[in-house]
Design a protein. Sequence first.
Length: 900
Amino acid sequence: MTKWVYSFSEGAAEGSAAMKELLGGKGAHLAEMCSLGLPVPPGFTITTDVCAFFNAHGRDFPPGLKAEVETALAKIGKVAGHSFDDPDWPLLVSVRSGARASMPGMMDTVLNLGLNDATVGSLARKSGDERFAWDCYRRFIEMYSSVVLGAPHDAFEEALDAYKEKNGAAYDSDLSADDWRVLVEQYKTVVATETGGAFPQDPREQLWGAIKAVFASWMNNRAAIYRHLHNIPEHWGTAVNVQAMVFGNMGDTSATGVAFSRSPSTGARELYGEFLVNAQGEDVVAGLRTPQPLIEAARTKGPPEGLSMETAMPAAFAEFSGYVARLEAHFRDMQDMEFTIERGKLWMLQTRAGKRTATAALKIAVDMADEGLITRDEALLRIDPLSLDQLLHPTLDPDAKCAVLCTGLPASPGAAAGEIVFHSEEAESLAALGRKVILVRIETSPEDIGGMHAAEGILTARGGMTSHAAVVARGMGKPCVSGAGVLRIDYEDHSFTVAGKRFARGDVITVDGTTGHVIAGEVKMRRPELTGEFAVLMDWADKARRMEVRANAETPADARAARRFGAQGIGLARTEHMFFEGERIVAVREMILADDAPGRKAALAKLLPMQRADFRELFEIMSGLPVTIRLLDPPLHEFLPHSDAEIAAVANVMGADPAKLRKRAQELAEFNPMLGFRGVRLAVAFPEIVDMQARAIFEAAIEAAAATGAPTQLEIMAPLVFCRAELDLVKARVDETSKAVEAETGLRPAYHIGTMIELPRAALRAGDIAGTAEFLSFGTNDLTQTTLGISRDDSGSFLGIYTEKGILPFDPFVSIDQEGVGELISLGCARARATRPDIKLGVCGEHGGDPESVAFFDRVGIDYVSCSPFRAPIARLAAAQAALRNALQTPPGRSADATA
Ligand code: ADP
Ligand code: MG
Ligand code: MG
C-alpha cells in the first residue's frame, strides 16, 4: 500500500533529506532537521505522489489519504499537547507547499489555520493576549481567502489602509485587539462580496480547502512561468506540509526571521539575514516594516534601524547560531533558513541550500574547499557555468560623474541602465522590441517574474535584502536596488518623484545593485576584474579539464579579451570584417567587379598592406598562442554595391562605366547567398584571393615574430569545404605563397592547413579530407543550419513553435542537436582520426560556450572548443565539469585516466 503521509517532530521523522522527490525540498529538510534534534514544530508532509494523483484524477484525492491525515494530525496534537478539535485551545497549523526544487514565492502558504469565530476567543484566553488572537484571525482570513477562495488580496489591504487612515494609525502595530475585531468583521464582508459565500468556520473544511489549493497551485500560471524559466518538469509536482503553528507575533519577546549561513550577495562567511519583532511569517519579506539585521556588525554598517537580534535576543541568537553552523556542516552547503521565536523559545521552520549570486557562489565554493568541507572537484561542479556570465556584467565606472538620486539596499549586485517602466507587462513588451528597461515597483510579487526577467534591472521602494524582489533578482543575476524608501511612486501617472525631481515612464536611470545607488541618466560602465576567487576556481578548472578552450576573435579588442578570459588561442579569426571597413570596401568591390585576374590582382594589391597590418596586430596580441585564420568566407553578394553612389565610387576608382558595373553587380546577386558563391568556392574561382591572404598572413607573422621574439602558431583554414579537392587547391596556393615569401625574405613561418566542417558531406568525407587537412574545425552554426535545413536567421518564425510543442526539446542553435548534428560530428571525428591519428579536432560556433554542448564535445573526443571571448570562462568551467562527469561515468574496468 502506498504511504501518502510522512510525520515529523523534534527528534524523530519518517522522512529524510534524501527523500526530496517524494517529500519536496521543504518537507525533506524539515524531516532531516527533526532527526538532527533541532527544535521544529511537529507536522507532516503529504507526498508529491498525491499531487500527481490529484492532477490525474480531476482534483480528487487517493483513497486512504483522509485516514492517514487524521492519524498524522492526531500525532501533532499529542506532541503539542492539544488537538485540532480542541474548542478551549485550538491547535493551529500552517499549510505549506514545497516542491523538489525550491520555488520561492510560487506557492502560497496559509498560516493560523483552524481559527474561527469561536476559537479566536479561546486562543485569546489561552495566550492571555487578546490582540495577538485577533491579529492571527485577521491574518488567517486574509490569507485563506486570497489563496484558497480566490478573493483579491488588495481588497483586504484596501480595507486595512482605509481603517488605519480613518483612525490615524501609521503601522499595523498601532492597532489594538478591538481594532482587529472590527477589521475581522470587515474582512468577512469582503469575503462575502468577493466570493459570494461566508468564510468557512469548520477547521477540517479549512484544512482540506487549503491542501487542495496548494496542490492546485502547482498548475497555476506563475508556477508554470517559474518552471519554464528554470526547466522544472511539470510532473514533479509539489508536496504539502501541514505543521503546528508557532507564533512570532506574541509580543516583544517574539519574532520571526530569515537567515543565510553566509552572505548570499558576496559569499562572506558571516550570518546574514533579518528579523522582525512581534511579527509573523511573510512580514519580513513583505516589506511592510523594515526588518532589523541579525548581527550587530551589520547594524553598525547602515543607518540606525533598531537593535540587532544579537543584542536584543542574545540567548535565542546564540542557540540559533549554533544550529546554523550545524546545518551548514551537515548539508555541506550554504543554508537559507527561516525561524520564529515564540516568547523567547526558538523554532526552526525551514532550511535549504541558499540561492546566491554568482560572486557569492564562487566565494562559497572556493572557501568551502579551502575549509575542507567539500573537495575541489565538488567546488567546480557546484558552479553553474552560465552563471559566470553575471560576473562579466558591467559595473559602474568609478570615474564616471553621476548624480545619485537616492540610496536603497544593495539587493543584487551589478549595474544596469534603461528606461523606466512601472508594470511587468510593459517591461516584457518593450524588452521584446529590444529596448532596455528598468522595472520600478513599490514592491514586487510573484506576478512580476516575467517583467523582472525582461528588465535589465529592478528598483523597489519597499522591502529588505530578503524581499521578493531581492531574492528573485539575485537568482536571475539581475541588478536590483530594493527598499529605496524615499521614492514616491505613482502607478497611475507612470512616474516617481525623488529628491524633488519627477521621472516619468521612458526616462533613463541607472541602478547599481552593488551600492544601492539610483542615478539619473545612463552612467558609463566598465568590465569587472577577474581576480580573487574567480581566478582560483578558473585555475582549478584549467587543471581538471581535458579540452582546450580558444576564442573566436579578430579585432584587437576581442583578442585582448580572449587572453584576459583565459582562452588558449584563437580558434576562429574571421578575415572578412577586415574587408568591410571604410575605403577597403571600395577595393573589395573593385576586385569583385573586375573582368579578369589582372584586374582582381590590382585591387587585391591595395588590400594586402591593410590585411597584413591587421594580422600583425592580432599575432602580436596572441604571441605564443595558436591563431586559426579562416580564409574569406561570406557570399560575394554581401560585398556588392547597391546604391548608385556606391557604384559610382567604384566606377571612379576603376575608371569603368557605371552602367556596366551595375549590370555585373546584378549578375552576381543571389537568391540564396547562404548556399551560394561563398566559402572555399571563392578561393576556387578567384585563387588570387588566397594568394593575397596567405601573403598577408606570412608577412605579418614574420613581422610579429621579429617584434615579440616568439613565433605565431599559424593555422590556415578553408571554409565550407565539401570535398578534399577543394582543400587541395587552397593548400597548393598557400604552399606556393609560402615559398615565394621565403624566396624574398629567407624566412618561412611554420603553418598548418585545415578546414572547417560545416556541411554534412564534409563530415561524411572527413576521412578523405583528413588526407590533406592537419586539423578540422566543426563550424556548428552552419553545420546545424545545413543538417537541419534551417536558416538560423529565418528560424524565428517557427522554431519557437517547435520547442513549445516539444518537437524539439531546445533551440538547436543554442544547444547542439546531439542526435543529428552530433552524430555527424562524432562520425567525422572517427573517420578523420582513422586517416590521421594525430589530427587536431576543434569546434567553433556558439555551441562552444554552451555547457551541455561542451559536455557532448568532451565525450566525442574533441580537442578544443572555440567560443566568443566572453564565454571563454564559461567554456573553461564547462569543460572541467564535463571531464569530471565523463570520468565518473567511465564504466568499471576502464581507467578514468583513459577519458580524462
Ligand atoms: P515560502 O516557501 O514562500 O517561504 P513557507 O511555507 O516557508 O513559504 O512559509 C511562509 C512563511 O510562513 C515563512 O515565513 C514561514 O517561516 C512561515 N511559517 C510557515 N509555517 C509556519 C509555522 N508552522 N509557524 C510559524 N510560521 C510559519
Ligand atoms: Mg511565500
Ligand atoms: Mg519559506
